[in-house]
Design a protein around this ligand. Structure first.
Ligand SMILES: [Ca+2]
Length: 131
């Protein structure tokens, strides 16, 4: 994936029911290193069958354990979650890169229709170049 290029992102995921859901964003851009790989994710598609779980990470910088770019000044979300992600705060974490099969908010999770984070049992992220 190239920095600055615009992609369509298709997130295919399953909760626990064996049913699969698809969340589609027609705008997915990761900024250059100088912006700490700032995420631009928008244009949630009406073709989606899943939830708009990534909207809250729009404009967040990418964090890793040694690059704390989240918005919680007293904690390091990436270190706590042992994952790299566009973390915002550490308490309502939804990450598609967490540890598999852990309870939320420490594992791979997405917000469900009740707006609470739920553990997901399968996820794939597909990036389709728009250029
Ligand atoms: Ca922090």
């Amino acid at each position: 994936m190239s920095q600055g290029k615009t992609y369509t992102l298709r997130v295919n995921y399953s909760l626990n029911s064996g049913k699969y859901w698809l969340s589609i964003y027609d705008n997915f851009v990761v900024g250059p290193e100088s912006t700490s790989y700032k995420l631009s994710v928008s244009k949630f598609s009406s073709d989606s069958t899943g939830v708009d779980g990534l909207a809250e990470y729009n404009n967040m910088k990418f964090s890793t354990a040694d690059k704390d770019n989240d918005q919680d000044d007293s904690r390091n979300c990436a270190e706590e979650n042992q994952a790299g992600w566009w973390f915002k705060d550490c308490d309502s974490v939804v990450t598609l890169t967490g540890i598999y099969n852990q309870q939320v908010p420490r594992g791979v999770s997405l917000k469900g229709n009740t707006n609470s984070a739920r553990r997901i049992t399968y996820v794939s992220m597909m990036f389709l170049s728009k250029e």
